[in-house]
Write a protein that binds this ligand. Structure first.
Ligand code: 2AM
Length: 271
């Protein structure tokens, strides 16, 4: 493909791949790179085939294939991997170029990176991304913050690919330095509070002998009114879901969970 890329994206796990495909669907040319290069080749040969997506063989190659000011987005594991890629990128960037971290970084890390990079003339953006794999592919909620000088250069891409609510993009600049990841943390806190409430309601309903069928009916009703939301909706569907033997699946799932990315999620069926 001729012409330079609008944005580079590093990290071809499912979130990264889906964001790239979403950007390509919205008319942007994306340069893709990953630590294990075979993922770049596999992506180009499959999901990215025929789309405005270019592969890069190295960080230097990625930088050389981008329009300036360069925009490079990271979708890699939070922590050292982000710092490693930033360190590798900086020698190949120029003043005014933009590094965007779209991973689940701690906001204090984003504050540090924003300040360190500003001292080098590089504009840093730390952005919350919400909506999971489906959201990344067809419309995430985006919470960008960091060096505001970067915003005019990324606004079209970000608001273009974001989910729309009543025609408005679910994406606005949220503030300086670590603000994007801070807002994402608060967003997650609200979500986990909501999940806790749903868990306690399920526990209470079970304790007073309400059948699973009646619970599903109650959640169905709740989802039609003021409580209409994704979490109430999926709880309704989970309550209704039956295994191949006709029994409710929920009762067969062990009541324990681990943390994604650190420990395998432990919600296997009971033996
Ligand atoms: P990989 O495919 O080479 O493992 C999610 O795990 C994404 O983060 C993947 O693209 C993965 O690259 C990348 N990643 C995880 N840890 C990394 C590290 N220490 N350095 C670079 N990339 C890393």
């Amino acid at each position: 493909m001729s012409g330079k890329g609008d944005i580079g994206l590093i990290g071809l796990a499912v979130m990264g791949q889906n964001l790239i495909l979403n950007m390509a669907d919205h008319g942007f040319t994306v340069v893709a790179f990953n630590r294990s290069i075979e993922k770049v080749h596999a992506f180009l040969a499959n999901e990215a085939k025929g789309k405005s997506i270019i592969g890069a063989e190295s960080i230097q190659d990625l930088a050389s294939k981008l329009k300036t000011p360069r925009r490079v987005m990271l979708l890699v594991k939070a922590g050292d991997a982000v710092d490693n890629f930033i360190n590798q990128l900086v020698p190949h960037l120029e003043k005014g170029d933009i590094i965007i971290d779209g991973g689940n970084s701690e906001y204090q890390d984003s504050e540090r990176r924003s300040k360190d990079l500003a001292a080098k003339g590089i504009r840093f953006v730390g952005t919350g991304v919400s909506g999971g794999e489906e959201g990344a592919r067809y419309g995430p909620s985006l919470m960008p913050g960091g060096n505001k000088e970067a915003w005019p250069f990324i606004k079209d891409i970000f608001q273009g690919i974001a989910a729309k609510a009543d025609g408005q993009p679910c994406c606005e600049w949220v503030g300086n330095d670590g603000a994007g990841h801070f807002v994402k943390m608060v967003h997650n806190g609200i979500e986990y509070g909501d999940m806790q409430l749903i868990g306690e309601i399920y526990h209470l309903m079970s304790a007073i002998g309400i059948s699973q069928e009646e619970m599903a009916d109650t959640f169905t009703e709740w989802n039609k009114g003021e409580l209409d939301s994704f979490l109430i909706e999926i709880t309704r569907d989970i309550l209704k879901f039956k295994d191949t033997d006709g029994q409710y699946l929920l009762q067969k799932i062990r009541d324990s969970a681990g943390q994604k990315g650190y420990r395998k999620v432990d919600c296997n069926r009971r033996p």
